[in-house]
Write a protein that binds this ligand. Sequence first.
Ligand code: BES
Ligand code: ZN
Length: 847
Amino acid sequence: MANPYRLPRTVLPRRYTLTLTPDLVAATFTGAVDIEVDVGEATLDVVLNAVELEIEAAWVTVGATGHDAVVTLDPDTERVTLTLAEPIPAGPAVVSLRYRGTLNDKLRGFYRSTFTDDAGVERVIATTQFEATDARRAFPCWDEPDLKARFTIALEIDDDLHAVSNGTIVADEVLDGQRRVRFAETMTMSTYLVAFIVGPLDVTEPLVVAGIPLRVFCPPGKLHLTDFGLEVAEYSLTYLADYFDLPYPGDSMDLIAIPDFAFGAMENLGCVTFRETLLLVDPDHATRGELQNIVDVIAHELAHMWFGDLVTMRWWNGIWLNEAFATFMELKVTDAFRPEWDRWASFGLARSTAFDTDALHATRPIEYPVVSPADAEGMFDVLTYEKGAAVVRMLEQYLGEDDFRAGIRKYMANHQYDNTETTDLWDAIEEATGEPVRRIMDSWIFQGGHPIVSIQASDDGRVLHVAQERFQYLRDEHDDTRWAIPLQLRYALESGEVATAIALLDDETLDIELPGPVAWVVANADGHGFYRVRTSARLRAALVAEAQTMLSDVERYGLVDDTWASVLAGTTTVEDFLTLADGFRQEPDVSVWRRLLGGLEQIDRLVDGDARASFQGRVRALVGPALERIGWEERAGDTDRDHELRGALIGAMANLGADPDARARAAELFRQICADSKSVEANVAAAVVRVTAATAGPAEIDAILEKFRDSDTPQEEVRFLYALAEVRDPVQMARVLDLAMTPAVRTQNAPFLVGSCIANRDNGAQAWKLVHERWDEMNERFPSNSIVRMLSGIRSVSDPALAADIEAFTAEHPVPQAKQILLQHLERMRVSVRLREREAPRLRSVP
Ligand code: BES
Ligand code: ZN
């Protein structure tokens, strides 16, 4: 094995006994680890992972005899080598290390999270985040996913604190001035799933679900925000145990809200950690989107308890499947939990973000070889999560939900407590269904990009000519990539009869014969396919005419989304998109609206002066009637999606449409919110805050900042914070950007705020200047994974001068942990610049 990041397999861990003693005030910890190992053949050295740990003693015990070891650390490969004076023999041994470390502020490894308590005192929580390769920052270990072992963890803590880890507490002993809390031994699992948390926390009473005690931990004073999370967790555990046909593999389930958290949440076995916004909520005062995020995330992490924790990828190249499958399951659970949310329709929006990156030359195959930890870090993106989940969904729908699930159950039963390759899953499903699953899926995961399927009818309308080619925004002359496409069509004959057809489009073309002349055809029925669609002008006109009567929400969404993609590719004009949009005045679905409004927002960036005024008039003509229909006030019988739609339309009317009445009404509601946040329905309130921020002067910014500081819930806090990215007044934007770099904004949030400011239509250049000037400081302070997310703001930059500056700066300031994602952002920015070049002159001449 030439890979310097892979450990030798001579010595393998079986059981870790780990004691940690954190000092929350000094931000340090000491650790003691004894690892029962199997020595495969006699060896002079033992190699494992450790980084940024100070090792004070190390020895290996064989039988009753301890052998002292010389310790060598290699910071580059993050390894420690223990060298013995004479070889230890094959057989069992115990490797022991005593060490110290720092509770860092980088939100990885064993780190420090802080909050201010009611008395105004800063309190500290010591907590962990190990995926992908940071367990080695907390204890020396064989830190690779296939080197599974059991863990017995003990924490030595102050009396007034709580300790949480993967298992239940089996002993709580008094030490002088402290306590030692010991946890039950875990199942056999990977190091990246170990977790421990110590701090001043509140905890709910356990809710027993199928024998498993379920609890939520949170910073003090937030217990009233835990009910919804508990309900979702209970529902998810029940759903998932049934789906996988296996009981939950742990002995307890704790969900912990952490004030500083680099990711959204983390699937540590039985000890799942979350950002506060994704766990703690008052459901009566949250937007539908905020609630959906919470259900999604809890379901996602709990799905990992089986898919990921119990059955684990052999190496990090398999991380995409881990995440894609958990995302797929999250959608299924959320859809079952709240059918009226129509989760698969809103997944269209997420799928679009994957299309949007996958249409670039700089896209990547979903699965690729992973050598270093940085390679694995680069895998956490929309292609892994959204494209990955979309292709799994496409497969499920092609095979049928029951047959697909039979394959999953077989896979889980065969591989529990073990590690797998991606192909093991396809093989299990292939065995259960008899379909060529591996061939189909290989074409989607080992090559980047996706196809556009074009459909034409023969002259007599009785044959559909179907063809595939690669879809790209900036097109190559030649690209002969082909996919095995599970096609699902729905069509109507001129006779009025509607039928569906399923076919595997393996080759470049396929002819489908119909029983009569075709009237219209939906080439991606129910929108499950990960492909774009283009139909002949005649078929398209027929489809557009039927959109509001014959197409489902997801299908109308696809029609709009495919059209917008063709605008970006330069094959359709903005004017044609606007004409299509005009036909959606009666549109009832919020996801379809969001897609329309997303396109309109991009168009708004291309117009100025009279052209902008004329565009705003068009927006009002489209949005106005819809807003009038749904009204500003809650109506009896409104669904959650009605509430969401109302918020979206208010925002669009006031911001994109610049409608004076809507702005005045929003200003009035903002005053109500300032007096009492709860007096305005959450979806409307969220829209109103953004509208206010957009037009804000100093007084409104003061008011938003005050609400941000004094917010009642985590959702409200970020609602006020992120709204600041909408500010149009440059002087106020300067205040926002200054604020982002102060401790008032947590480092887990600041990169997202700055990123949205870069995407601000009027002040993007100012925000970019901040990145330029304070790049080193940002890299020092912000979590490593968040830097490239901050840079995603450049994707919508279309000003050529700013784009040139961004190109030059990023050429000299690489992001080694996410090289490919940065290349994608840059290419996507070029797509925006080209769009402006093509369209701005045309739009300027609009009357
Ligand atoms: N395993 C991931 C968290 C993670 C991501 C750890 C990247 C290390 C590197 C977790 O299951 C996850 O996917 N979290 C998501 C939220 C989820 C609902 C999409 C996240 O953190 O964004
Ligand atoms: Zn995940």
